[in-house]
Design a protein around this ligand. Structure first.
Ligand SMILES: Nc1ncnc2c1ncn2[C@@H]1O[C@H](COP(=O)(O)OP(=O)(O)OP(=O)(O)O)[C@@H](O)[C@H]1O
Length: 227
């Protein structure tokens, strides 16, 4: 049986609980991500996709249910424990790259590793290896502003993987790119995920990209349904 890397069990989330404007956005979300599995998350706007990704990535706590990464139930644990797990086990990618503008592409990938105690030479070596996998190692010494949108997003993928997380959580990772660039950048993302054995949950509105992943889950009325 495939190793389960991330498991969400009965996850519920309210906003403004008990108030007249209460929103019960997640109503019992169950999801298992196996090692190496790439799952597309599709949802109408406002359905709770970002809320779900934040809870899965331990940035927010569920009101009920559990989030487990690598078999450890982390929801309800101490802040320190969840922060550690978030830093080590989860890589985030957003629609916008959020790279640090004053640092080069390579530094943006090396810095999170150095913050985790990796030496500069080793961090840069890993950074270059990741950049080569997505075809932007020739831009290693450029700052983000000097890169194209597609290149910026490829660097952001590498940064998300810098500390070798177990899971990548991506929120519309190609949503800010034109269709042709989006396809190429998505190819790079797939290559990176496949090449590292990472598991990934990728929110997208693009049904063609969703269909290329191993499985599609749809967030509807606060629960996940297949396809
Ligand atoms: N802090 C908050 N307080 C109150 N309501 C919130 C809050 N954050 C989100 N919501 C509501 O919860 C619902 C889900 O929001 P969320 O941002 O998770 O949706 P989404 O599916 O990511 O949307 P989109 O695709 O448009 O970004 C929305 O109705 C939103 O208005």
């Amino acid at each position: 049986m495939n190793e389960v890397v991330m498991r969400l069990n009965g996850v519920e989330k309210f906003y403004n609980k008990g108030l007249a404007n209460e929103v019960h956005v997640l109503r019992g979300v169950d999801l298992s991500l196996s090692k190496g599995e790439m799952v597309a998350l599709v949802a109408p706007s406002g359905a709770g996709k970002s809320t779900l990704l934040h809870i899965a990535g331990l940035l927010d706590a569920p009101d009920a249910g559990e989030v487990a990464i690598g078999g450890d139930v982390l929801s309800g644990r101490s802040d320190r424990r969840r922060t550690n797990a978030r830093r080590n086990d989860v890589g985030f990618v957003y629609q916008f790259h959020h790279l640090l503008p004053e640092f080069t592409a390579l530094e943006n990938i090396a810095l999170p590793q150095m913050a985790n105690g990796v030496g500069k030479a080793a961090a840069e070596a890993r950074g270059l290896e990741l950049l080569a996998r997505v075809g932007v190692d020739h831009r290693a010494d450029h700052r983000p502003a000097a890169l194209s949108g597609g290149e910026q997003q490829r660097v952001a993928f590498c940064r998300a993987l810098a500390n070798a997380p177990r899971v990548m959580l991506a929120d519309e990772p190609t949503g800010n790119l034109d269709p042709a660039t989006s396809d190429q950048v998505f190819d790079a993302l797939m290559e990176l995920v496949r090449g590292t054995g990472l598991s990934a949950l990728v929110a997208t509105h693009n049904m063609e990209l969703a269909a290329r992943m191993d499985r599609v889950v749809r967030l509807e009325d606060g629960v996940l349904v297949q396809g």
